[in-house]
Design a protein around this ligand. Sequence first.
Ligand code: GAR
Length: 199
Amino acid sequence: MSIPTHNVQKKIVVFASGSGTNAENIIKYFQKSHDARVVAVFSNKRSAKVLQRAHDLNVKALYFDRDALYNSYDVLHILEDINPDLIVLAGFMWIFPKDILKRFPNRIVNIHPALLPKYGGKGMYGMNVHEAIIRNKEKESGISVHYVNENYDEGEVIFQTKTEISEEDTPETLAEKIHKLEYKHFPEIVQQLLQKKSQ
Ligand code: GAR
């Protein structure tokens, strides 16, 4: 008997360090889909709001520390058990260890709140990015979804879209514009990547 593979739900794992509004948006998007599901959310911060958001949406929420990620391979082993089709970093602030990258090639993506390669790299996360962009009087910003490699924000870019910056914009209003773009596009990009993998 052959098992129909087209009905098998794809598994997504999300990593996040903070509030987790993107994580929540992705969880909800796929809870309405038959094709894929967020099966777990991992966070390196015990008090991160993202863990509560995941729990409230009936998604397994897991806290890990530096040792579990970089030394004991506990995180790697849990990921091997889950065997996710895609690992999505949504506001995750630590570098990803080489062993996990090697184990899941082309299966780990990140979202960055700027138009890479500009405003990427160590220290460039969250509000720091928007503050630097406003300080430099940039005329536009945007979002980048990219594959993850061993350096911050350097893997191949998969998707970018822009928004204009007006003279009235502040880091806070820019952050709002960027979040809107993220909510609109990130789940769709994840969906497209999963479809591409099953072709
Ligand atoms: C998002 O804007 C994401 O692009 C950014 O952190 C924010 C998390 O917001 N990621 C980075 O800066 C990665 N370098 P959220 O916790 O509300 O989803």
